[in-house]
Design a binder for this molecule. Structure first.
Ligand code: ADP
Ligand code: MG
Length: 693
């Protein structure tokens, strides 16, 4: 429990916070007054000025002041309310509502005046704003805000205004820096950090004359001050987690090497030098009684799977179990097939366990895991309730960027037996620049497989406008006529499996009509596991020549004869994801190519990204570029997991802070060990308190 100081007091001690509001705040993890201080704005809205309708630009967020001219209620596909307003610039703007109630609709009477705020879009009849924020102007005077309006992360049922008001009340209790600062003064001084109190006030109550652009970009000194502390907290948190795990013991998996040698002897290829080096690093860790916490980074196709299999066999040789967890069913299943093919000759049958294994099969799989089956492979289901291991010695987690730190811990916890915890091996195909890795994975040691197996041909990449779709289809026809195979990948920016599946169905119909001579397969996330499996197998066996797919094929799919890939809407994807996708071709000896289909108009950023893809096939270079151009959210795939979601920090923008974060972090851990806890209580708030409870 934090001390009962100003910040440690419960939010209910603030004026106006009753049980209902308290409950809504609790849902946001805001339980104490200091949680509100550190509940930082997501962004700001500029309601300090009005823009003449005639000057509105598409895509900009603006505030306008106009008189209602027409009101139309209609029903096209769904109910709609359309209101046009006109202002002194003699231009009109449409306000469009899809959700509205009667009293709302009745407010808009021709001749009445409104101030509206929102993002301007391109509409049928000129500019429009969908669901603007609006207020009626009574009398002649329009009052404007005199400072930027912070927009906070919130939850259903808690409006911005109410939340902002509570934050303001909490700020009235903000103490002096002497009480607020946690980073000891001597360390702070070496960094020239701004005052924390000033920084908090500045982000919650921007000054009227404040640098709007800097605030919008997160480069305001106040935001940088907070970003530093947040990154430091994150770093310390991971380091502390590591220290906690390392306090436990792990089984020393020395083994006699019998199974590992047999596996290597049975492979149709020799390990690359990089694979051998990383395998040796892992073996060294496994042989120690201190738990391994190691990340293996390796570009797509660098051969991480076999390295993981060798690690698993080290555990088996010593009579311990190894578990491999993958983010998707498809990927887990592919791992299982690989492991099964490699290990059956050694007398080992890996157990397959996923969410879709149900009923008796599930019971049987669970029983064999509990009974000590040497190798278990599966999806998340593995780490969820109900699966008990006999003695888990090694947990392997593939594609870490889709898992949270938390999930990693759960698997490790599963295998915990008193003081003994399993070793952890994390595989990721997302190459991450070093400074970033040191923060994002501060709890792990890192090994890099920086070499591809021999015989790979670079993938020739071109960017083609969707207007020339016909020519691209011809290209597929030609490639398939030569006996090659192709992928057509449908992507959507929204992480909606359903929409993506629809897009794939549409493309499938289009391509089936255009290429009647070809057998075409279809795989997307809405198909049953069996159907997906069948589609993949038919493609692998060469029965289908073209596979229309969604990004479910992103990771791990391996069909060497496929040498052409078309990616739709390539301009909307992050570089890391494009690189992953493209890694599905160029696996065999034939020259491979990748067509990035884009829609015009291309933004400058999109153009730059496609250019990077054409220029290089090196995952690390692409990662650096991605970081530069777009930021780490995409790179680390965190949008899906919520992992590494910072309140104010942005790893790409604030990368210049990382060396100091790392340096100060080491000193703090050494000389002020209690501090990490306090910083975490402040920044991670309720979540950290529960972890420690
Ligand atoms: P990733 O690192 O992307 O997971 P995989 O482990 O799936 O890569 O390996 C990609 C392909 O390369 C697989 O078909 C695998 O059998 C093959 N492979 C792995 N290591 C070697 C090697 N040293 N020489 C040749 N082929 C290899
Ligand atoms: Mg893989």
């Amino acid at each position: 429990m934090p001390p009962a100081d100003a910040g440690g007091a419960l939010v209910s001690s603030l004026p106006g916070v009753g049980p209902a509001l308290g409950e809504a705040l609790r849902k946001l993890g805001l339980e104490r007054v200091q949680d509100l201080w550190f509940h930082l704005p997501l962004r700001y809205e500029d309601r300090t000025r009005l823009t003449p309708i005639g000057d509105l630009r598409i895509g900009e967020t603006a505030q306008v002041d106009g008189v209602v001219e027409t009101v139309e209620r209609g029903f096209r596909f769904r109910p709609q309310l359309r209101v046009t307003i006109r202002d002194g610039s003699q231009a009109t703007l449409t306000l469009r509502f899809f959700h509205f109630n009667r009293s709302q609709a009745e407010q808009f009477v021709p001749g009445t005046r409104f101030v509206c705020f929102g993002e301007v879009r391109y509409g049928q009849a000129g500019p429009e704003i969908v669901h603007p924020a609006y207020r009626r102007v009574v009398g002649d005077i329009v009052t404007l805000e005199d400072r930027l309006t912070p927009v906070y992360p919130t939850t259903e049922g808690l409006g911005q205004k109410r939340l902002a008001a509570v934050v303001q009340r909490a700020l009235d209790r903000l103490p002096s820096d002497a009480e607020l600062e946690l980073v000891p003064a001597p360390l702070r001084e070496s960094l020239h950090l701004a005052s924390l109190r000033e920084a908090l006030l500045a982000v919650h109550r921007p000054e009227p004359g404040d640098d709007v652009a800097a605030l919008a970009l997160g480069r305001h000194p106040a935001q940088q001050r907070l970003a530093f502390e947040e990154l430091l907290t994150h770093h310390l948190g991971l380091k502390r987690l590591r220290a906690q795990v390392r306090r436990h013991r792990a089984p020393a998996l020395l083994g006699d090497g019998r199974l590992r040698v047999a596996l290597r002897d049975g492979l149709p290829f020799a390990l690359t030098q990089a694979q051998a080096r990383v395998a040796a690093e892992i073996e060294r860790d496994l042989g120690s009684a201190s738990p391994m916490l190691r990340l293996v980074q390796g570009d797509v196709g660098s051969g991480k799977t076999v390295v993981a299999a060798l690690a698993a066999l080290a555990a088996v040789e010593c009579g311990w179990q190894a578990a491999l967890v993958a983010p998707t069913e498809l990927l887990a299943e592919q791992h299982w097939r690989n492991f099964d093919a490699w290990m059956r000759p050694l007398g080992i049958e890996p157990v397959w366990l996923s969410g879709k294994v149900q009923g008796r099969a599930r019971e049987k799989a669970r029983a064999s895991v509990a009974g000590g089956a040497p190798i278990v492979i599966g999806t998340h289901a593995l780490i969820q309730e109900g699966v008990e291991f006999h003695r888990l010695g090694l947990a392997i987690i593939d594609e870490q960027h889709r898992f949270g730190v938390h999930q990693r811990l759960t698997l490790s916890e599963k295998g915990r037996d008193g003081d003994i915890v399993p070793h952890q091996l994390v595989l990721t195909a997302t190459p991450i620049p070093r400074t970033l890795a040191m923060t994002a994975y501060a709890d792990l040691d890192v090994s890099v497989i920086d070499e591809l197996p021999p015989g790979r041909t670079p993938v020739q990449t071109v960017a083609i406008s969707d207007a020339r779709r016909g020519a691209v289809i011809e290209r597929i026809r030609a490639a398939c006529a030569e006996g090659r195979q192709a992928y057509w990948v449908c992507t959507l920016i929204e992480e909606s499996e359903q929409l993506e599946a629809q897009a794939a169905e549409v493309a499938f119909a289009e391509l089936t009509a255009a290429l009647p001579e070809l057998r075409i397969g279809l795989v997307h996330g809405r198909l049953k596991a069996k159907e997906k499996q069948a589609a993949m197998e038919a493609f692998k066996a060469g029965e289908t020549r073209l596979l229309v797919a969604t990004t479910v094929i992103e990771v791990g799919v391996d069909v060497p004869n496929a040498s052409l890939m078309v990616i739709e809407n390539a301009e909307r994807l992050g570089l890391a994801q494009l690189h992953q996708l493209r890694g599905r071709v160029g696996r065999g000896r034939a020259a491979s190519s990748c067509v990035l289909l884009y829609r015009n108009p291309l933004s400058q950023m999109a153009r730059a990204r496609l250019e990077v893809m054409r220029e290089t096939g090196d995952g690390f270079r692409i990662a650096e570029k991605d970081l530069e151009l777009r930021g780490p959210g995409e790179l680390l795939g965190t949008r899906q997991t919520g992992q590494l979601q910072f309140r104010v920090a942005d790893l790409a923008r604030d990368a210049h802070l990382l060396p100091d974060v790392q340096r100060i972090g080491e000193t703090l851990l050494r000389e002020y060990p209690g501090l990490a806890q306090k910083l975490m209580a402040r920044w991670i708030g309720a979540a950290a308190r529960y972890v420690d409870a």
